[in-house]
Design a binder for this molecule. Structure first.
Ligand code: GLU
Length: 453
């Protein structure tokens, strides 16, 4: 870890490929970039890496936007690579003129064969640069045979260093890396060059991404140098795994944001967890992003792979709901069709919720027909006889149960449980002193007599 440099202003980007739904691993990178931008008064760019025409889909792009909005991660600038091809063409022309791109004609099978031979011989599978030796007549001959060129970036064989904000000092050597293919034979771009061109054109000052891109960084630093662009700072976060330590995959349905949303997980539960996982700080529920911005520091992320545990998220979700003020949920309760769900109701039930939707159960207990569970008919009838008169308040339950105790000689669970079962039809739930005034005298009286009311 290194000290975080002063970065007032500046820009970061979240660059998802719209080839699948966003999962918690992607969300973590989006959040960390967003928090970094907000913590440093910088710009957060959403950039769709959609040069892969076959795998990129408009509906995935829309889903990513929807997920980011849901998380509250608004972007200051929106770009998609498919709309920027002319910038990449221009960069290619410059690199070609500078002798940093060269045409290659090997087929996929030929490259595969070469790679396998190198591995067999115990050598690293680095492209042998055979194409660099081709002269103009060789190229013409290959093209007349119907071969089309793909283009590689020529790495300089020298040391490449940067001070990673998470990993500390990093060093690669150009000779240990393969010259990357940047343009396919069909003229389409691979990830590597467009990303570097975008980072330069969009004046990205900090590239915060997964550690699966560390080697790409070495290559992209040379690309930026070759283009005469400033090299941003880099922070590579260890990739998050699932609870068992295995890789999170886009195909893993249960960790997509869409499925978490459907499961009733609050966006701030996700943000609260993802902002802290992998740091030395404790995971705690936060009601809004501002609190996370205030305490954000990229250098607090360590190098161990954090695990995403759905059970931890679920528990955090419950804690978050328990502390949510009514104003934050009022509209959503109405949207759930819970007509009587006012602040008093919310305060009575929120501590018993795992998901907001669960409020519907308690709304039903207070305002709809409940079939009481009567275990001791005589006892609850006796209790009904001493129900205090209206109006009811939060002290009613105490007054009542004291009277029931005196009349029947019962106390503790033997007193309270049959009353709860009769009044709510359930053995667990919010404190009865808060529920009772919401249920009201008429319903309570009927339920204590075993009537569905
Ligand atoms: N589209 C790349 C990814 O999703 C972006 C990598 C980067 O941040 O440069 O992994």
């Amino acid at each position: 870890m290194t000290a975080e440099p002063n970065m007032k202003g500046g820009a970061v980007r979240f660059a998802p490929s719209p080839t699948g739904l966003m999962h918690v691993g992607n969300a973590r990178l989006a959040l960390v970039n967003w928090l970094f931008a907000r913590a440093h008064a910088g710009t957060f760019v959403l950039r769709l890496d959609d040069t892969d025409r076959e795998r990129s889909r408009a509906e995935f792009a829309q889903a990513i936007e929807q997920d980011l909005r849901w998380l509250g991660l608004a972007w200051d600038r929106y770009e998609s690579q498919s709309a920027r091809l002319s910038s990449y063409d221009e960069a290619c022309a410059r690199l070609r003129a500078a002798g940093r791109l060269y045409a290659c004609y090997e087929t996929g099978e030929e490259l595969d064969y070469m790679r396998r031979r190198q591995i067999k011989a115990g050598k690293p599978p680095i492209y042998d640069r055979a194409a660099l030796k081709l002269d103009e007549s060789d190229r013409q001959r290959l093209e007349s045979e119907g071969r089309k060129a793909h283009w590689r970036f020529r790495l300089e064989h020298k040391s490449i260093r940067w001070d990673d904000l998470v990993r500390g000092p990093q060093e690669f050597r150009g000779e240990n890396l393969s010259d990357p293919v940047v343009v396919r034979a069909d003229g389409t771009y691979l990830y590597m060059l467009p990303s570097a061109v975008d980072d330069a054109d969009m004046a990205i000052t900090h590239v915060i991404r997964g550690e699966d891109h560390v080697t790409n960084t070495a290559i992209q630093i040379q690309m930026l140098d070759a283009l005469g662009a400033p090299v941003p700072a880099f922070a590579h976060l260890p990739l998050m795994t699932d609870a068992s330590g295995a890789k999170l995959s886009k195909r893993l349905g249960s960790v997509t944001l869409e499925s978490l949303r459907k499961d009733g997980i609050e966006p701030m539960a996700i943000n609260s967890l993802l902002a802290r996982l992998g740091t030395s700080e404790a995971v705690e529920p936060h009601l809004d992003l501002d609190a996370l911005v205030a305490t954000f520091d990229i250098t607090r992320f360590g190098r161990a792979q954090p695990r995403f545990d759905p059970a931890e998220l679920k528990a955090l979700n419950a804690k978050l709901l328990h502390m949510m003020p009514y104003a934050m949920v009022a509209e959503r309760l109405t949207a759930l069709g819970l007509g009587h769900a006012d602040a008093r109701f919310w305060d009575a039930v929120r501590r018993n919720l795992e998901r907001l939707e669960d409020a519907g159960v308690w709304h039903g207990v207070c305002y709809a027909v409940v079939t009481p569970a009567i275990e001791e008919t005589e006892f609850v009838r006796e209790a009904a006889k001493v129900l205090p008169p209206d109006p009811w308040s939060e002290t009613t339950y105490g007054t009542w149960t004291e009277a029931v105790g005196e009349r029947t000689g019962r106390k503790g669970k033997a007193l309270f449980l049959p009353l709860r079962l009769a009044l709510t039809g359930r053995s667990h739930g919010p404190e009865l002193k808060t529920l009772l005034p919401l249920i009201g005298r008429k319903r309570a009286f009927a339920r204590l007599h075993g009537e569905a009311a």
